[in-house]
Design a protein around this ligand. Structure first.
Ligand code: SF4
Ligand code: SF4
Length: 546
């Protein structure tokens, strides 16, 4: 382990509600923060996502009051009208070029927080509606509601129809906005009608809000398809599944739900930062190992609307979490890290760039040869297994040490069939421990090889296992979308398919080599897979390579 200096400046991309909150949290911890925002000033950045404050009025006001002096706050610099041009370097020492107006500005930072606000897009077309004074968006409704009692368009005697969860997969933020809106209508003497598909209440306080809004008199129609609506919104009809008859309404106002999306430049930002996109271009891949605010790269964190559909409360919780993560990563500017997690043999390297392209953690930079950052590297071994020159070795999992594990384990067993299982430490190794703890029946000829990720299982290892006397070989890895190293399981699956083809060409039964995915708590399933394979190998008999 060596002590490494890291830069204690932090860059926050996005100067809206989430970005300003993240900047505040970080500045309070003593970090120097630079906010980068495309809009000409931070006020406009917030205004673009005003619906976030309108949907949570109390927090919005609280925050408006607390950030008045933000641009001049100690430790916070705001670069407005600015966009990212170029990003390089490694965690602890990122370097970037920014375009501010026509000027190129250069900066360095130890960590980055991506905190763009969501953008609301009314789904008029999905419902076959045209916006008008009668047909408005959820944001427009919230602005009216914020206007107070003086606005009678949503008050006494008015029939207000809300459409939600039918134009898109429902979400808790949209549900909360609608239920709050329905309550406002009821409080002001109007009548709220909510046309909804699935009522999503899996968020704090939503179950209660749903009950309260029904008790306040709001009527919910739970439908499986968009109701029949005139394009001017003057008529809505739907089949009531309980009454078994059509229920028609002539609303005074139709409030249309909004899709909440990341800004259009999110893919470009993700490309520059080398972070993976998730569904709908959110800047966090759908992977359990990333929650709540991690990205696939060390030192880069994502919060609020950058990573998922989130309201103001959710974004602020994320901002606080990201600040803690930054603190964990940067500390006071010195960090204890292994001198190397993976090393490149310069003599062997043929500069093919394969490692640079396949590293899922953006841990490799290029200085006329690949350089692996010990702060960024997760020691998954994907690069080592993909390198055509075998020029990369992972500390504690060097090729020689894995092959000697194989030698030892296969020479020590007289039991047949000999079954070698390569176990990823994030899933199947834990499942194996569980199976042993529960005393489940495991094949007597089972020998396991510990790998940091199935992405480290090289073609050579598979061949070696057979050549050293295995009757069957298993590669056990994480479920799709659950791999800590994003694609380690995918690479392993490809390699197994490749070797299966070669075994078949050589006249061997390809089912002697298998691939399976598991979670760490699947001890019983693992025992089932192993004993199933043992039975099949008994039928096949000893390997012809023995
Ligand atoms: S994959 Fe191997 S040979 Fe290719 S650049 Fe990386 S270290 Fe060099
Ligand atoms: S071991 Fe994994 S994280 Fe480290 S450089 Fe190689 S591919 Fe990247």
């Amino acid at each position: 382990m060596i002590e490494t200096e890291v830069n204690t400046s932090v860059f926050v991309f996005g100067g809206g509600w989430s970005g300003q909150r993240a900047a505040q949290e970080l500045a309070e911890m003593g970090y120097t923060v630079t906010i980068v925002e495309n809009e000409p000033d931070l006020g406009q950045a917030r205004q673009k996502a005003e619906f976030l404050a309108n949907a949570a009025p109390k927090q919005g006001e609280e925050f408006q009051a607390s950030i008045k002096d933000l641009p001049s706050s100690k430790g916070i610099e705001s670069l407005t009208g600015t966009s990212l041009l170029h990003f390089e370097g490694m965690p602890g020492n990122f370097r970037m070029k920014l375009l501010q107006g026509s000027q190129v500005v250069e900066r360095q930072a130890g960590a980055v927080v991506v905190a763009s606000d969501l953008q609301a897009e009314p789904l008029y077309e999905t419902y076959g509606l045209t916006p008008s004074s009668r047909v408005i968006s959820q944001s427009q409704f919230e602005a009216l509601a914020r206007g107070g009692q003086a606005d009678d368009s949503i008050g006494q005697g008015k029939k207000i129809a809300f459409l939600v969860g039918l134009g898109q997969e429902g979400n808790t933020v949209a549900m909360r906005r609608v239920m709050q809106g329905a309550q406002v209508v009821q409080e002001r003497g109007g009548q709220a009608y909510v046309y909804v598909n699935n009522i999503k209440v899996a968020a704090q306080g939503l179950e209660r809000l749903y009950r309260d809004s029904r008790e306040s008199g709001a009527i919910f129609f739970k439908l499986s398809a968009v109701p029949e609506i005139k394009s001017d919104g003057a008529y809505i009809a739907s089949l009531d599944p309980v009454l078994g008859q059509e229920v028609a309404l002539d609303p005074d106002l139709v409030v249309v739900e909004e899709a909440l999306r990341v800004p259009g430049d999110a893919p470009k930002l993700a490309h520059l930062l080398r972070i993976d996109l998730g569904p709908w271009n959110f800047l966090q891949e759908n992977n359990v190992h990333r929650f709540p605010t991690l990205s696939n790269r060390e030192g880069i964190f994502v919060v609020g609307g950058s990573r998922d559909v989130a309201d103001l409360a959710g974004s602020w919780t994320d901002a606080a979490n990201a600040a803690l993560e930054v603190h964990k990563f940067l500390g006071d500017g010195t960090k204890l890290a292994p001198e190397a997690k993976a090393v490149v043999d310069k003599e062997k390297c043929c500069f093919c760039l394969t490692c640079y392209r396949c590293c899922p953690h953006g841990a490799i930079s290029w200085e006329d040869k690949p350089v692996i950052s010990p702060l960024a590297c997760q020691a998954c071994g994907i690069c080592a297994s993909e390198c055509p020159q075998d020029a990369i070795q992972i500390m504690a999992f060097e090729d020689d040490s894995i092959k000697s594990q194989l030698d030892q384990s296969l020479s020590q067993t007289a039991e047949t069939p000999n079954l070698v299982a390569f176990c990823c430490e994030n899933s199947s190794l834990e499942a194996l421990k569980m199976a042993r703890l529960f005393g489940l029946d495991l094949p007597s000829g089972l020998r396991t090889v510990h790998v940091p990720c199935a992405g480290k299982v090289d073609l050579d290892y598979l061949f070696s296992a057979f050549l050293k006397g295995a009757d069957g070989v298993l590669v056990l890895t994480c479920h799709p979308g659950n791999c800590k190293s994003v694609r380690g399981n995918t690479f392993a699956g490809w390699r197994v398919e490749n070797v299966q083809r070669m075994l078949a060409n050589a006249g061997m039964d390809k089912s002697r080599l298998r691939f399976a995915t598991l979670a760490s708590n699947m001890g019983h399933e693992l025992a089932g897979i192993l004993s199933g394979m043992e039975d099949d190998l008994k039928k096949l008999g000893p390997s012809p390579l023995k």
